[in-house]
Write a protein that binds this ligand. Structure first.
Ligand code: DGJ
Length: 757
């Protein structure tokens, strides 16, 4: 572009003209917002700016949309590759890895394509070039850039969407594929977005991701990438406990250090999809580059797009920070609180919940539930939830799923007297359902054996004695919607826990035309979302919890439709620290349901009886619930539990809506600490957990973060301070928690001293 003379003001919100030395007009500035569009005779370029980052796109000489930059925001537009001293074509080397912003399969593309199409004439090659652009404002008032690409010959267009979230340094991307022709085309891969990382001159890319299994979801994993492709994915028909759709990449220096919690560059992203998904990282050398692509999994997928139809991908939100993994998480959390979680309840604090599952399992009776109601009310519980076992012939997990009538032996008077009692005791009432499933031993299955996924001549594999309903069939989806709508209309229900307890198998849909068979994975999730969205708008006061045999549906797609998430069936408070740490990497603590439950756990996960206080502290780091058989509590335990519930209510706004700092990872040593700071920095709480105490060693100091260095804070719950300390001193001198013995815990509260105080 040559040397430019530019009129800017610092922070580049004002750019009036860009001229070369000889005065030739090079750029026209279209707007001065978070999305800036520059157009010259030679080039078109977009700079998406957030408070601290920039994301730059431009056109290559052949009309292809190129990625140019993603990282720290620079002072002048001409600082970005392709805008000033670097020519666009020098920016990324295409030898091994395409620098296309949305690579479509065709030509010499050998890395992961975002789009793969078969046209009706059998051609399997897409060549996308720039067509036009527009800018709009999203429903939340956030700026959205839409760049339309078109194939050079075939009638297919792709709208790439970029929603910019300036204050949290995030960009939400998705794509819309439109068939503008007169005949069908088949989509064989259609990802949401590709994220290009900068070329590395030394060091290694390091990938952080979340994986696990039932009972040990969202475990943090970290690996250095070498050449080839790393795939994180689910093919199970749900998000899955085995892998979670989140990635973070930092750079490990040759001496082995990388980004930390509070420092270092991190590029990260999370996908909003609750079905089959994949995130791949292609890594090449010479030069060393990495490229992340993600969206709906193309495994066993095909989508017939008829003339005039469009396919909308799920959103993939990405961000960059130079402040480490902690800031990456805080940006994602704040985005979820301010924009993503369903707006109807986003501003409300999550209620302290009691769930009777671990107390009674399937042995649900009105009498026992009434006993639990009284005990829960005495403890200050605000939401009483009956879990599985209240309906049909559900005496165990071998029968009843699909028959959503109140079991008359368990509730001879129906549900309403119990619901009324719960309300009389000042609590809300919630109930469990698993609407997408059926037991073969159920009236529903006997009446509609063709409503489940199946392949003719193959057995129907059961997991937990259940089969999965085919929600791609409109009558099945309508049946689920109708029973839930009636149920919510007939009873005063305030809360639904929506469960999903098996992965998909034999994903057949024999009655559908064969060209639609591989659409089931996507159609299922679309129908699931549609049912929940319609029920939410019909019953706006109901609060919804997503669950899939624990944390199998923890993702941004679910959290856009559910107010909270059941993170794991593992309620062991020590194991939970690691599960919750991993969850917090991507998801807001407000959405993270954590119960205090039996110790040793009733599911015999760990054989340790831990202190009530420790169990509460572990659960108080998210949205607190209780799951024990409260009728077994002694009077002392009742009093202690009531006091801890009351304490949680005092601090929960800080935990649920504050900024999270992972001070010491439970993976690192015998100690773990996590801190929450209110957004105005006036209040903070620090939870500290000591897993094992050796040699009477005093617990080490904890160094809080995120405080106002210039203000003083009252300290409660630590060995030190009877007198307030400044934020600066707290963050540098530290605090000494009261911790004694194995599985000790402490809760330290910090409160800013009023100026006059
Ligand atoms: C799995 C869930 O994760 C549990 O909390 C419980 O609801 C059971 N399902 C009930 O079957």
């Amino acid at each position: 572009m040559g040397k430019t003379s530019v009129e800017y003001c610092q922070g580049f919100t004002l750019v009036t003209s860009v001229r070369s030395k000889n005065g030739k007009h090079l750029l026209t500035v279209e707007n001065e917002q978070a999305v800036q569009f520059f157009e010259s005779e030679e080039d078109k370029c977009w700079i998406l700016t957030t408070h601290r980052t920039a994301y730059v796109l431009g056109l290559a000489a052949n009309g292809r949309l190129q990625h140019r930059y993603w990282g720290e925001r620079l002072p002048y537009p001409s600082d970005y590759p392709g805008m000033g001293k670097f020519k666009a074509s020098h920016m990324l080397d295409d030898r091994m890895l395409s620098s296309d912003e949305y690579p479509a399969w065709g030509g010499f593309l050998y890395t992961e394509p975002c789009l793969k199409v078969t046209f009706a004439d059998g051609v399997r090659n897409v060549v996308l070039v720039y067509s036009h652009q527009r800018q709009e404002s999203g429903p939340e008032g956030l700026p959205v850039l839409v760049i339309t690409l078109r194939d050079t010959y075939y009638p297919v267009e792709v709208d790439l969407h970029y929603k910019v979230v300036p204050q949290y340094d995030l960009i939400q991307r998705w794509a819309v594929i439109r068939n503008t022709g007169q005949t069908w085309l088949d989509l064989e891969a259609v990802l949401s977005a590709a994220w290009q990382l900068p070329t590395l001159h030394e060091g290694f890319y390091r990938l952080t991701h979340l994986s696990g299994r039932w009972n040990s979801e969202t475990q943090v994993r970290r690996t250095v990438l070498s050449d080839g492709r790393k795939t994180l994915e689910s093919r199970r028909g749900l998000t899955s406990a085995e892998a979670n759709p989140f990635f973070a990449i930092d750079i490990q220096s040759p001496n082995g250090t990388g980004a930390s919690e509070e420092a270092g560059q991190v590029w990260f992203g999370a996908l909003g999809w609750s079905g089959n998904w994949k995130i791949t990282v292609d890594h090449v050398s010479d030069p060393v580059r990495a490229y992340v692509a993600g969206g709906i999994n193309d495994f066993d997928f095909r989508w017939r797009l008829k003339p005039g139809e469009k396919f909308v991908t799920p959103p993939f939100i990405g961000g960059y920070t130079a402040q480490g993994f902690g800031q990456a998480s805080r940006n994602l959390h704040m985005y979820q609180l301010d924009y993503l979680l369903p707006r109807s309840h986003a501003q409300q604090l999550r209620q302290v919940l009691y769930n009777s599952w671990e107390a009674v399992f399937f042995d649900v009776t009105e009498e026992k539930q009434l006993q639990l109601v009284e005990r829960a009310a005495q403890l200050g519980v605000e939401l009483f939830v009956i879990d599985d076992g209240w309906f049909g012939q559900r005496h165990h997990d071998r029968a009843g799923l699909g028959d959503w009538y109140v079991n008359p032996e368990k509730f001879p008077r129906g549900l309403d007297p119990l619901i009324a009692r719960v309300h009389e005791r000042g609590m809300n009432f919630g109930i469990w359902a698993e609407p997408e499933m059926v037991n073969p031993d159920s009236d529903l299955y006997r009446a509609h054996p063709d409503w489940v996924y199946n392949f003719p001549h193959r057995s129907r594999s059961e997991r937990r004695n259940q089969l999965m309903l085919n929600l791609a069939q409109p009558e099945v989806a309508a049946h689920i919607y109708t029973w839930l709508d009636n149920f919510l209309s007939e009873h005063r229900i305030d809360f639904i826990k929506w469960d999903f307890n098996r992965p998909i198998s034999e994903p057949g849909w024999p009655d559908a035309p064969v060209e639609h068979h591989r659409e089931v994975y996507v159609r299922h999730v679309q129908a699931f979302y549609d049912i929940v969205e319609r029920l939410r708008s019909r019953h706006p006061t109901v609060v919804w919890e997503v669950c899939a045999g624990g944390g199998g549906r923890a993702d941004l797609g679910a959290l856009a439709r559910f107010d909270q998430c059941w993170v794991s069936d593992n309620t062991d408070p020590f194991d939970r620290l690691k599960i919750q740490e991993g969850y917090s990497l991507a998801y807001a603590p407000k959405s993270m349901m954590a119960w205090v439950s039996n110790s040793p756990t009733s599911q015999h996960i760990n054989n340790e009886a831990l202190r009530l206080r420790y169990r509460f502290h572990s659960a108080m780091t998210g949205s607190l619930g209780l799951g024990e058989d409260l009728s077994k509590y002694t009077e002392e335990q009742m009093a202690e539990a009531a006091a801890l519930v009351a304490e949680y209510k005092i601090i929960r706004h800080i935990v649920q809506e504050g900024l999270l700092y992972r001070l010491i990872s439970p993976r690192a040593s015998d100690l773990a600490a996590v801190q929450y700071v209110s957004r105005d920095q006036r209040e903070s709480v620090v939870f500290v957990f000591l897993h094992a105490q050796h040699y009477w060693r005093a617990a080490p100091c904890i160094y809080p973060r995120g405080l106002d260095p210039t203000r003083h804070y009252h300290i409660e719950g630590s060995r030190d301070a009877a007198t307030p300390m400044s934020g600066q001193s707290l963050m540098n001198v530290g605090l000494q928690p009261h911790l004694e013995g194995h599985f000790g815990s402490a809760l330290i509260k910090l409160k800013m001293v009023d100026e006059q105080g």
